[in-house]
Design a protein around this ligand. Structure first.
Ligand SMILES: [Fe+2]
Length: 385
């Protein structure tokens, strides 16, 4: 968002088709022979490939090596793309890291489509371990955890129908693990911020907003324990209602017309309804979803409530949401700097955000002077290239 852009465009979000959680390479036949099979962990391909499955067969889904490397134990069979087919490469229960190490960087590994839920559950349970793995640098841990959470979240941001309860719970389990690990681990938090994608897509925006919100909540005394967990969950799911908004509206580069804008304003209410519908009860974080576009000066939606009538956690997530939107690139705008985002929120959008929480975010990001210096430095570096 540029300085003069109306706030109504702040959270128009990304393209739902970008929410697969990972970039899945197009299936293509392997040109070379298969790499040596992994040496441990279950059945491996032996001799001639068994009856394979063509890679164009929709019954298999390619999986990035990074995703498999995030696991310890394979929760499902893994297949190798070989001569236009998928052949069994390593079986359930195998050592995931060993499989990846032996597969080689160019190997195309895949799982059966029906095993996607099993893999997501395994990844969801691995997020805490990934972040706590001290054999890796904080940046490596952050990158793997970010990819794992993105993969776990992929079905809930692609679902145009009702949300699946298990998918939703896998996603909230993953973000809970992230919240638990990020609390009080400064180097990891900043590594996570540094490795977050700044190209706005719905699923990356959801994770980024959750990370900023948890970071900010952790820096403010009034948010602790369960309230931080709810901030993480609410922030992760804040835009889930955009699943129901047509792509022509979400992707529209120009201003929305009255009818489009009416549809856009429904997404907080729709998202709230989707989550309550999936769980059968109203979870303690659901109000954050319905209130993340309410504004302190009453200019927000859907209710137009103002000031302290908006709960503190919803006010906080509104700030994390706007900050990530302003500092992320979209097809029609480059990523904004931290300083410009905070300046826009403080002055151009004056009155819309809780001033105390916004001040806490500025302090967390290094203070106004430090931000200014950092921006000047980055501009100088850019000019020197
Ligand atoms: Fe939103």
């Amino acid at each position: 968002m540029t300085a003069g852009e109306p706030s109504t465009q702040l959270n128009s979000g990304g393209h739902p088709s970008d929410t697969s959680g990972m970039r899945i390479p197009a299936a293509s036949p392997a040109e070379d022979g298969p790499p040596t099979g992994a040496t441990t962990g279950g059945r491996h391909r032996r001799g001639a490939p068994p009856r394979g499955i063509r890679q164009t067969d929709p019954t298999h889904q390619p999986i990035p090596l990074d995703i498999l490397a995030s696991l310890e134990v394979l929760p499902c069979d893994v297949f190798l793309g070989y001569a236009g087919r998928y052949v069994l490469y390593a079986a359930t229960g195998g050592d995931a890291r060993d499989v990846v190490a032996h597969a080689g960087g160019n190997a195309e590994l895949a799982i059966r489509v029906e095993d996607r839920d099993v893999l997501r559950r395994g990844l969801s349970r691995s997020v805490g371990r990934i972040l706590g793995d001290e054999s890796r640098t904080p940046v490596e841990r952050s990158r793997r955890a970010y990819a794992a959470v993105g993969y776990v979240m992929s079905p809930i941001f692609k679902a145009s129908g009702p949300l699946d309860r298990d998918d939703l719970e896998d996603a909230t389990d993953a973000i809970d693990a992230l919240v638990a690990r990020l609390s009080g681990m400064d180097s990891l938090v900043w590594s996570m911020v540094a490795t977050m994608s700044k190209h706005l897509a719905t699923h990356t925006h959801a994770i980024n907003t959750a990370v900023y919100a948890v970071l900010l909540g952790g820096a403010m005394r009034e948010f602790q324990g369960d309230s931080i967990r709810d901030i993480g969950r609410g922030a992760l799911l804040h835009d889930i209602g955009k699943n129901r908004i047509p792509l022509e509206i979400l992707d529209k580069p120009g201003p929305l017309d009255e009818e489009e804008w009416r549809r856009m304003r429904e997404h907080p209410t729709v998202g709230h309804r989707m989550v309550v519908g999936a769980l059968g009860v109203e979870p303690s974080y659901a109000h954050i979803i319905s209130e993340h576009h309410e504004r302190a000066d009453g200019s927000g939606y859907p209710s137009g409530v103002r000031g302290r009538a908006i709960p503190p956690d919803s006010r906080l997530v509104a700030i994390a949401d706007a900050y990530d939107a302003l500092t992320s690139a979209r097809s029609y705008k480059p990523a904004g700097s931290s300083y410009n985002a905070l300046w826009t929120m403080r002055f151009q959008m004056r009155g819309q955000f809780d001033a105390r929480i916004l001040e806490a975010l500025a302090a967390l990001l290094g203070g106004w002077k430090a931000l200014r210096r950092a921006d000047v430095r980055s501009l100088e570096l850019a000019a020197a290239v």
